[in-house]
Design a protein around this ligand. Structure first.
Ligand SMILES: Cc1cc2nc3c(=O)[nH]c(=O)nc-3n(C[C@H](O)[C@H](O)[C@H](O)COP(=O)(O)O)c2cc1C
Length: 226
């Protein structure tokens, strides 16, 4: 059984939530995959699930050319125990974002997500297909119509509800990515469990926090002068 968790923030119109649902649906279509969707606001009730996940998919809206403040707040909770003790080392990671503009500077959000994953020692999975909608035969109905590779890039008109925006092509792209991430995770999780215990099994089994939330950096490293 491969365990995949989609953790996301969505606030303005629920556009990121619609994508999170699509990623989770795509992942759940892979046999033997246990999938959950968690809002960043609820992360404190789901640390055990997050630590037990083989893959964590990050979702954020693009706000002012980057990840939302609420999503970054969640990431900063990882900057203590999870980062220092390498608790998420070698987990599979992937991401998605949405903005109102076709560009909207959302590449910056995906770049931020990959850096967050890299700092935690995670392994990033890009989008599997080539970009759509880049020739005279292309259309907005193409999968990956934003032609992004780092993660799913979606676009949602600012005046439409989340059942219309992002459009079906973006929702299908998110489903495809969820399926891809879960498939890669399944292959990887099987192989990882065959590694010697002194490699990273400790992260899977022993180095687990039991506290309601991971210790912050200040809990672990004394402040200068104290
Ligand atoms: C505070 C704020 C900042 C935003 N900044 C951008 C931006 O930089 N580029 C863009 O194209 N859209 C921007 N938008 C639009 C959102 O990215 C878009 O509406 C998105 O679908 C919101 O996702 P959500 O409904 O999951 O919150 C912004 C919206 C808000 C509320």
């Amino acid at each position: 059984m491969a365990v995949v968790t989609v953790i996301y923030h969505s606030q303005y119109r629920g556009a990121t939530e619609a994508l999170a649902r699509a990623v989770a649906d795509g992942a759940a279509s892979v046999p033997d995959t246990d999938v959950a969707q968690v809002r960043v606001e609820d992360a404190d009730s789901h640390w055990e699930r997050l630590h037990d996940s083989d893959a964590i998919v990050f979702g954020t809206p693009t706000y002012i050319g980057g990840v939302s403040a609420r999503f970054k707040e969640f990431i900063e909770k990882l900057a203590g125990e999870v980062w220092l003790k390498r608790l998420w080392l070698n987990k599979i990671a992937a991401g998605f974002t949405v903005s109102a503009g076709r560009s909207g500077d959302k590449l910056a959000s995906l770049q931020q997500l990959t850096i967050f994953a890299a700092q935690l020692g995670m392994i990033w999975v890009p989008v599997r297909i080539t970009g759509g909608n880049y020739s005279s035969r292309g259309s907005e109905d193409d999968l990956n119509r934003m032609a992004g590779y780092l993660g799913v890039m979606a676009q949602a008109n600012i005046d439409e509800p989340s059942d219309l925006a992002p459009p079906p092509s973006d929702i299908r792209t998110a489903q495809m990515h969820g399926h891809h991430v879960a498939s890669v995770t399944r292959q990887y999780a099987c192989g990882r469990r065959t590694l010697p215990v002194d490699y990273d099994q400790w992260a899977l089994t022993t180095a687990r926090t039991t506290a309601p939330q991971p210790a912050s950096l200040y809990d672990l490293v004394p402040k200068p002068g104290s």
